[in-house]
Design a protein around this ligand. Structure first.
Ligand SMILES: Cc1ncc(COP(=O)(O)O)c(C=O)c1O
Length: 490
């Protein structure tokens, strides 16, 4: 039956008036660029007001709305309440600050709306090129494989999935852990990130199968202790299979001796995975790169592009030295997803062969644009600048009478505590927590906190290309004043 002309059969979601959408798009882009170029003039963090939260709890609309009204709502209720990491005084957790070029690339990716799970089209070649650039950056062989993912947590899961598969190749996928020769255990520094444990939980190995090796705040885990633990576990009938090295620990930026870890893995036949979530960016700097010596020996590597490489969220990467081990961990269905020699269905292997997702967005474009625009050396200069800023800040804290360092600063992280004046009726944790909250609430800066030796400290992590010396001075003056204020109130 031929559908009648007009009516719903001919309607699409495209605008009837493209010129109006063009006008609104240009206006929006102007607003966004204005907003980003003046971000430092506004608070580093703005809490979402209650009335805005209430509007954001409304049910989905059944009827269409004018796009111009939707944009007004967006500008009013969403745009002003960003996380804050685009601000020059964002020092919390480990966040990258993004770039305008990367954000524009996101816009292009949205327009192209590519599905990069597979097939033969431009986006696939962009992701392959990006993976090649990153493999080269880390000293990986050209034949290694990789996949862009949402972040290091996901990259960790994928890397450790390949590690688990390597215990009984082919069997693990069909029989599960029954194919393992014994209870699988793995090792990481006691300062290692929680995403390792999460990955092991998801892989069915249990979080407790992760052994925590004693670590130092700068030099990371102790190789001798690691080797002792492996031997003891073997004697106890367990099956050690993997060591996860940390290249930049979350609390203090500690870097494990990656060469020593690689040697141990070779001696004991273990998979060597490295978590280089933010520390991987040291590879961009000729001066700092030697600190990661040995990273090129890892069997798999997880790191972020959205942290110290400033690609807008979200973008992480997993690299695997043995591409076939990687592919055979994930490759499936050759029926519906069969590959042709020519046409759109060509392009074997597909990215879906290297991870759990079939449909995948064009994440690679913002990575490509960021790396093409700024170049590896310029990005590396930003990494060096941040380390110098952290050293400067640590020196100010060291000479201060109001604060003291809680751990040595060897990279980009400064952990410190406020002094509690003699006789003040406030406890150290309470004082430091209150300083963090007040400086954030006033929009002056966003540090976060960490626990070192059981005590809470203020933690400043600088992975921010917008930070200048004056931002650190403003921050220091602010926490000095807030500390006094709290002590006087106590
Ligand atoms: C050392 C380390 N590993 C893993 C992660 C997790 O990365 P993501 O947040 O991209 O999943 C982080 C995040 O801060 C990290 O610092």
């Amino acid at each position: 039956m031929t559908p009648p002309e007009g009516g719903p059969h001919d309607s699409t979601l495209d605008p009837e008036d493209w010129s109006e959408v063009r006008r609104l798009g240009h206006e929006l882009l102007d607003d966004l660029i204005d907003q980003l170029s003046t971000v430092g003039e506004r608070p580093a963090w703005t809490p979402v007001p209650e009335h805005v939260k209430a509007r954001l709890e409304q049910p989905a609309a059944r009827l269409p709305a004018d796009f111009s009204d939707v944009l007004e709502e967006l500008k009013r209720d969403i745009l002003p309440y960003a996380t804050g990491n685009i601000h020059p005084r964002w020092f919390g957790w480990v966040h990258g600050s993004g770039t305008v070029e990367g954000a524009l690339a996101e816009l292009v990716a949205g327009f192209m709306n590519c599905n990069v799970g597979g097939r033969d089209h431009g986006a696939v070649y962009v992701e392959r090129q990006v993976i090649g650039w990153l493999a080269d950056l880390f000293g990986y062989p050209a034949a290694s494989s990789g996949l862009l993912v949402s972040g290091t947590s996901m990259a960790m899961l994928l890397g450790l999935a390949v590690a688990r598969e390597s215990v009984s190749p082919g069997e693990m996928r069909t029989k599960g852990l029954a194919a393992a020769p014994g209870p699988l255990v793995s090792y990481a520094s006691d300062g290692a990130h929680v995403s390792i444990r999460k990955a092991l939980e998801l892989l069915g190995l249990g979080g407790d199968s992760l052994r925590r090796v004693p670590a130092h705040a700068v030099s990371g885990l102790t190789p001798v202790a690691l080797e002792g633990m492996i031997e003891k576990d073997r004697e106890a009938g367990l099956h050690p299979f993997c060591v996860v090295g940390t290249a930049g620990s979350i609390t203090t930026g500690a870097i494990d001796n990656l060469n020593a870890l690689a040697d141990i893995c070779v001696r004991h036949g273990l998979w060597f995975h490295v978590d280089a979530a933010f520390g991987g960016a040291l590879m961009l700097s000729e001066k700092l790169r030697p600190r990661l010596a040995g990273i090129e020996r890892a069997d798999s590597l997880a790191f972020d592009l959205h942290k110290w490489m400033h690609v807008p969220y979200d973008a992480g990467c997993v690299l695997v030295r043995d591409a076939e081990a990687h592919r055979s961990t994930f490759s499936a269905d050759r029926n519906y997803l069969s590959r042709f020699e020519r046409g759109t269905g060509a392009g074997d292997p597909w990215f879906t062969d290297f991870g759990p997702e079939l449909s995948r967005g064009f994440r690679a474009l913002k990575v490509w644009v960021t790396l093409r625009t700024h170049g590896l050396d310029r990005l590396g200069e930003m990494v060096e600048k941040n380390c110098e800023q952290a050293a400067w800040l640590a020196a100010r804290i060291k000479e201060s009478e109001s604060f003291h360092l809680a751990a040595p600063t060897s990279l980009n992280i400064v952990c410190f505590q406020a002094e509690v004046p003699a006789g003040a009726s406030i406890d150290s944790d309470e004082l430091n927590r209150e300083i963090v909250m007040r400086v954030q609430e006033r929009g002056l800066a966003v540090p976060s906190s960490a626990e070192i030796d059981g005590r809470l400290c203020i933690r400043v992590n600088i992975t921010n290309h917008r930070t200048r010396r004056e931002d650190l001075e403003i921050f220091l003056a602010a926490i000095e004043e807030i500390r006094l204020e709290i002590v006087q109130e106590a």
